[in-house]
Design a protein. Sequence first.
Length: 217
Amino acid sequence: MVTAEKRLAFTVTAPAPRTTNRRTAARQTRAVADTVAWVQELLDRFPPDELAEIAAHVRRALDAPPASAARAAFARELAGGRDWTPAERVALEAEARARAARWREELLADAWGAPEVAAWLGTTRQTPHDRVKRGRLLGVMDRGALRFPPWQFDPDGPDRLVPGLAEAVRALDLPPLAKVGWFVRPNPFLEGRAPIDVLRAGERERVLDAASGTGPR
């Protein structure tokens, strides 16, 4: 199993949207971000021999012609040379949704609501919402309400936040929930330390450098 200290990382080049429809383009952006998150989990969980086998399948698949007629064969190669039945596809999608829901619950398990954050900041309840929009605070919309990870707060920091937090939030090219995961997971560019811990240690520039290189490119 890949350990936290030797965690593998990657970047993805997002294709330009083939539509001027904002909703469709937004769906593509979310799909790319979801792909990054799930492939990263694959890299973290699979042992080296299985990763090598996956790499071999991908390499052979990439040798296939890129024309539309070859897409079915390309997908079969990526899936290990087999076709998934409709029932299997439904089961896989259900499993992926369940894992995504568990991941969200884990990341937001002890999150604060806007009233708690406003009380902490000494502001109105609207202020946390405004700061999220300006990238000065990290909040995730969950079941119709913004929720705020408590580890970003520091009673001695500027605006009662961990120093450098707002700059790192703005530097990350990720959806809000993916930003939460990025801050708390071990990072290979920070010797396996979580970015939030590195920020708390006063190493702001290192975290900003790591954040600026994260996300679809």
